[in-house]
Design a protein around this ligand. Sequence first.
Ligand code: DUT
Ligand code: MG
Length: 241
Amino acid sequence: RLIKGEVVLKNVTFGYVPGKVVLKNINVTAKPGQKIAFVGSTGAGKTTITNLINRFYEIDEGEILIDGINIKNIKKDSLRSNIAMVLQDTHLFSGTVRENIRYGRLDATDEEVIEAAKIACAHSFIERLPQGYDTVLEGDGANLSQGERQLLNIARAAISKAPILILDEATSSVDTRTEKYIERGMDQLMKNRTTFVIAHRLSTVRNADLIIVLEHGEIIEQGTHEELLALGGRYYQLYTG
Ligand code: DUT
Ligand code: MG
């Protein structure tokens, strides 16, 4: 059983199709509980890195280790229960709101479901649904707005006990006011978890332990917000641009 949540990528090279390299020689070490941010232009390979940590695809070269174990040797079920994620494209299933939040935490009580929804700023909109937490969601949450779907995914991540968290544009569809309101919840979500965060809004990545700047599938700069600003390179351009 995985518990600490150290994630290491060693010389990882990957392409979705043969002959087209998307990530080249990526090295990243995330110590348990650290927040690592990936920034860079569209198509740089940010989402791809998280796809690989999730083992949605097999890497071509190098290795990915979680708590020192090669993820190839970790059962998919175990990997799933140890990595929580909130992605740009939300994932909901036909079932009640409660079931969708609870997800893998079948032991979670109704109180825990409500607490998670509150962290995600989802409680008030859920209460306004026809049957509240017992409202049945149509396939992939078609009866909700994109932002509401994201909030449910955040609630699901909040109730999960996974030591690793992936946030890929997790609040991209949420309005600015809710996004501001949810900041504390997001901090609570990340607390004590190794977090990989991708966000176009650089204000949400500035407090990361390490910011990694990707360009065309390669790491071109890395450091803290202050270090990267002082460097005056790509991050500085993105930030001041
Ligand atoms: N790519 C594929 N097949 C896929 C997904 C992506 O070929 O199924 C390519 C598109 C792109 C590169 O991989 O050239 C990196 O894509 P990724 O989604 O990792 O980029 P990103 O940094 O997450 O971009 P964005 O900021 O637009 O989300
Ligand atoms: Mg992406």
